[in-house]
Design a protein around this ligand. Structure first.
Ligand code: NAD
Length: 254
């Protein structure tokens, strides 16, 4: 069975759908209980067990209890898609709002650690596990105006490398994916609009021009579709990647 965090969001739900199609029972975690209920409704055609858990990954005790409940209800956790995330504000570092920096770090780094910590403790005992953390190309090359998000995703790639080493003796593989510009959808629209508003030398102040600039920076000259992500996660969960751990796979159009 698989645990997916941020499961009510675009990438989480697309990946949960793929895993359900492959026959995996699912525990879907998200802080947004209403969206989580909607997400489950879209998955009911699949003949797998689907449990939903409203869970704030920043709350260590909530995560611990949720993982305990998941194990009690669905049994062993084989796969973890550690994916909940928040994009944060768009502002140059000298103006970046402190509270938002802390919030991004709390969700993207500390939250991901809580989930990794409690799920991996369960996997260690079983000596089996496959984990994929959602990083970002913002964690490979720092984007302008995204101090917190960029730093948080660099941290996720680092955490992936460390966890891969710590967990290798227990037959647990830990890898990361790094999507870049994915669309259409909330994150794409938001980053186009907010990069324009940030008014830096890197992007136009006209959102339409920002779209052209972003697409123009991608060798494949298009943004990625959310549905180009789940197959990469499935590959990292599956035996075709049996000798891969600690790796960060870009999904970026080049
Ligand atoms: P999304 O906003 O659609 O989904 C994110 C989900 O995480 C939401 O459902 C939200 O409720 C949930 N979440 C936020 N804070 C939480 C918390 N404290 N506890 C539990 N759940 C929480 O965005 P998405 O595009 O599906 O993003 C998923 C992941 O992919 C994120 O880690 C994001 O940083 C990463 N990512 C996205 C893109 C992109 O362009 N969409 C690119 C690179 C990386």
């Amino acid at each position: 069975m698989a645990v997916v965090t941020g499961a009510a969001g675009n990438i989480g739900l697309a990946t949960a759908t793929r895993l359900a199609r492959q026959g995996a029972d699912l525990a879907l975690l998200d802080v947004d209980a209403a969206k989580l209920e909607q997400a489950r409704a879209t998955l009911l055609e699949h003949e797998v067990r689907i449990n939903i858990h409203a869970c704030d990954v920043t709350d260590n005790e909530q995560v611990r209890q949720t993982v305990e409940t998941v194990v009690a209800e669905l049994g062993q956790i084989d796969f973890l898609f550690n994916n909940a995330g928040y994009q944060g504000a768009f502002a140059p570092v000298q103006d970046y709002p402190e509270a938002d920096f802390a919030r991004v770090m709390q969700i993207n780094v500390v939250g991901a650690f809580h989930v990794l910590r409690h799920v991996s403790a369960h996997m260690v005992a079983r000596k089996f596990g496959r984990i994929v953390n959602t990083a970002s190309m913002a964690g490979v090359q720092g984007p302008p105006n995204m101090a917190a998000y960029g730093a948080s995703k660099f941290a996720i790639i680092g955490l992936t490398e460390v966890a891969a080493k710590d967990l290798a003796p227990y037959n647990i593989r830990v890898n990361a994916i790094s999507p870049a510009f994915m669309g259409p959808g909330f994150m794409w629209d938001r980053q186009v609009e907010l990069q324009a508003k940030a008014g830096s030398q890197y992007f136009s102040t006209d959102p339409k021009e920002v779209v052209r600039q972003m697409i123009g920076s991608i060798p494949m000259r298009r943004y990625g579709d959310i549905n180009e992500i789940p197959g990469v996660v499935a590959f990292l969960f599956g035996d075709d990647s049996s000798y891969m751990t600690g790796v960060n796979l870009p999904i970026s159009g080049g």
